[in-house]
Design a protein around this ligand. Structure first.
Ligand code: C5P
Length: 232
C-alpha cells in the first residue's frame, strides 16, 4: 500500500480552499473534502479540485438504508473521487450495497473505507446510549472485520489501532488515520495523537492531517515536513 499524507481541507468556502491550495505550486497533495466544504459548495467543488490534479478523499460518512446508499454512491462514483466512506454501523448489507453503487461499468471504483466508532464516542456513551457493552477496541476490531468481509478496502482508525487492524484484517486492508500532530505542535481538540513518524512506525497507510498544515504559518513547509516524516 502506497503511504500518503491526506490534507483535511476543512474550509467552508471555495475561496478559502483555493487560497489554501494555490500555495502548493509543486507537489499536489491528496486532499480530504468533508461535509462542511461539500455542503457549502456542492459537487462542483469536487470537480474543480480534481481538475487541478489532486487526489480526493470524499469524507461524507454515508449511513442509510442499502438502496439509498447504493444510489448515492453511484452519484459519488461519477465524481471520480479516489476514496470515500460509509459508517460500518450501517451493517454489511449497506456496505455491500455501497460497493455495488460505487463500481463503474468498467469495473473500476474509488477505494471504500468504513468509519468504525467515531473517536468522539467513548465507552461510557456507547454503553449508556448505544447499549453496546463490549470494550471499545473490541467493537472497533469487530466492525473492521465486518467491513473486510463485506469487501471494503479499509477503515478510518487511530494510528494506535492501525497495527491491530492489520493483524485482524491483513496488511492490504487500508488504515486511514487522523489525530496526527508534530512533536512540537499544538494538540488542539484531538485527544490521542501521534506524530507522522510514529504513525509510520505503527503501520498507518494514510495519515489525515488538518490544522497542523492548514493553520501553519507556512502550510507548504508543514505539508513537506509531514511527507518527509511519514513517507520518508
Ligand atoms: O485538524 P485535524 O488534523 O485535527 O483534522 C483531522 C481531520 O480528520 C478532521 O477533518 C476530522 O474531522 C477528521 N477525523 C478525525 N477523527 C476521526 C475521524 C475523522 O479527526 N475519528
Amino acid at each position: 500500500m502506497g503511504k500518503d499524507v491526506i490534507v483535511a481541507c476543512d474550509f467552508s468556502s471555495k475561496e478559502q480552499v483555493f487560497t489554501f491550495l494555490d500555495k502548493f505550486t509543486g507537489r499536489k497533495p491528496f486532499v480530504k473534502i468533508g461535509m462542511e466544504l461539500y455542503y457549502a459548495e456542492g459537487p462542483e467543488i469536487v470537480r474543480q479540485i480534481k481538475a487541478r490534479g489532486h487526489k480526493i478523499f470524499l469524507d461524507l460518512k454515508l449511513h442509510d438504508i442499502p438502496n439509498t446508499v447504493k444510489k448515492a454512491m453511484a452519484v459519488l462514483s461519477g465524481l471520480d473521487v479516489d476514496m470515500c466512506n460509509v459508517h460500518a454501523a450501517g451493517t454489511s448489507a449497506m456496505m455491500k450495497a455501497a460497493l455495488e453503487g460505487l463500481t463503474r461499468p468498467d469495473g473500476s471504483r474509488p477505494l471504500l473505507i468504513a468509519v468504525t466508532q467515531l473517536t468522539s464516542t467513548d465507552e461510557d456513551s456507547m454503553r449508556r446510549e448505544l447499549l453496546i457493552d463490549r470494550p471499545l477496541d473490541q467493537v472497533v476490531m469487530s466492525y473492521a472485520r465486518t467491513a473486510k468481509e463485506a469487501g471494503l478496502d479499509g477503515v478510518v482508525c487511530s494510528p494506535l489501532e492501525a497495527g491491530k487492524v492489520h493483524q485482524a484484517c491483513g496488511d492490504g486492508f487500508v488504515t486511514v488515520t487522523p489525530g496526527v500532530r508534530f512533536a512540537d505542535g499544538d494538540v488542539g481538540d484531538q485527544k490521542r495523537v501521534t506524530t507522522p513518524e510514529k504513525a509510520k512506525e505503527l503501520g498507518s497507510d494514510y495519515i489525515v492531517v488538518g490544522r497542523p498544515i492548514t493553520a501553519a504559518a507556512d502550510p507548504v513547509a508543514a505539508y513537506e515536513r509531514c511527507v518527509k516524516e511519514f513517507v520518508g
